[in-house]
Design a protein around this ligand. Sequence first.
Ligand SMILES: [Fe+2]
Length: 245
Amino acid sequence: MVLRAVDRDLWVAEQPLRYFGLSVGTRMTVVKLAGDDLVVISPIQLSDGLMNDLGELGTVAHIIAPNLYHYLFAADFKAAYPGATFWATSALRGKKPELPIDRAICHRQDFANVPGPETPWPGLECLFFDGFKTLAPSGPDPLDEWVFFHAASRTLILTDTAFCFDETFPWLTQLVTKIGGGYKSLSPSLLERVATTDKVTVKGAVEQILRWNFDRVIVAHGSIVDRNGKEQFKQGYERFLGCAL
Ligand SMILES: [Fe+2]
């Protein structure tokens, strides 16, 4: 099995990934909606094993590139599952116009004028993590990340807005994240601390996220926080923002 069950109707799959030469890995999340529809968030490289696993679970109906960085394998998914809707954060259309994006992710209320269900992913809510930036080689760069809440399993699904590395990662990754942040604490790293100047906007996004009743937090880089994730997320962002939440 490539996919690993995390909870009922919730799976993850991981692959190695290096960023700035550091082994950080990457993780995709799969949510099964009512019926057989599957939502794939932050897809990893597609393989026969992964396709077999997905085929046993249901129908890949939604492929989500949740921020301006996690789109590398989304087009391959769309090619393999042409009937699925490829969702992306809206600015990705400008950054990567060649991607076969079907729809921009938008807030629930923006679906009010669309016929059919109120949300395209019943049971899965989303919020825009406004104001958050990372430090790219070219300078501060917006992530434009959407974060997700799977209510049935009380799980918050983040991509690059927090990390949680530990001793399961290579020593260099441990060393760098001990210094730069995100080691055994659910928090952004020094790169985001330097790049994110609009702390007021980020605080607003974090406060909205904290209204969700989550206990587990899935991150794309680092280990999953299975319990007490809300308190750890709150503490990580209190340190990041330098204020109480
Ligand atoms: Fe990432």
